[in-house]
Design a protein around this ligand. Structure first.
Ligand SMILES: [Zn+2]
Length: 245
């Protein structure tokens, strides 16, 4: 089988920790997570790498329960860091880049606008910089919507950060799964007229990206849209070591 014929075969959804955060509407369940795609030729592609090891707790959310690192999740699946061929970087916030430097054998795929903003020294990226800006890491930049491999597409969705990207995967049995990541961190924001969140760099862009993802999910007749930090939703998902195929 040639590399070009390879298609996504499995999607693992990996929760890295849970927290309950007070909101005006009552306590909300938050999750931090990452994802693994296994291709039909055996290649493994990771999406994000979670909280950094030095952050035992997540101050903004009052600590994480049931924390498990990406490395521990991979070990459960009998994988080591060197088995990861590529890491899709949805964006470079600290809760998404914490173990990037554990994967020096991988290609890191990021939107050019995101890498430029981060390397430009914007303060929001400073906390995780030791991990995403490690000299051993090889970055490959993309611009806009890109079909990375057949059945695996990167969807430019700036607003939360300048170069945020969501990920669409087409699976043989499940169908299309859209990982909105932090373009839509919780399901209640998956509406045409959504407000921004305190973490969004640009509220207008965040709304436009949400509309783009709503359209895409409709066009693709997505079987599932996964929201980046929606703990209540994630409790209803098939979580690693189970998988979608
Ligand atoms: Zn996040």
């Amino acid at each position: 089988m040639t590399a070009d014929a390879a298609r996504p075969e499995r999607l693992s959804v990996m929760p890295l920790g849970w927290a309950t955060r007070p909101t005006p509407n009552g306590p909300m369940e938050m999750v931090v997570g990452c994802y693994l795609i296994r291709m039909s030729d055996g290649r493994n592609i990771l999406i994000d790498s979670g909280m950094p090891p030095e952050m035992e707790s997540l101050p903004a959310t009052g600590g994480l329960n049931d924390a498990k690192t990406v490395i521990e999740h991979l070990a459960t699946l009998d994988l080591r860091p060197d088995d990861i061929a590529a890491v899709i970087c949805t964006h470079l916030d600290i809760d998404h880049v914490g173990f990037h430097d554990a994967f020096p054998a991988a290609d890191f795929i990021v939107q050019r606008a995101e890498l430029d903003a981060a390397r430009g020294g914007h303060p929001r990226y400073a906390g995780g910089r030791a991990h995403w800006d490690h000299p051993a890491l090889r970055y490959r930049t993309v611009e806009g919507d890109v079909e990375l491999l057949p059945g695996l597409s990167l969807i430019e969705s700036g607003g939360h950060t300048p170069g945020h990207q969501a990920v669409l995967v087409r699976l043989p049995r499940t169908g299309s799964v859209l990982m909105a990541i932090d373009a839509v961190p919780v399901g209640s924001l998956f509406t045409e007229d959504r407000p921004g969140t305190p973490m969004d760099a640009d509220e207008t862009d965040a709304r436009a990206s949400t509309r783009k993802l709503i359209d895409l999910a409709e066009r693709e007749q997505a079987a599932l849209v996964v929201f980046g930090h929606d703990g209540a939703q994630w409790k209803s998902l098939r979580l690693a070591p189970e998988f979608y195929d």
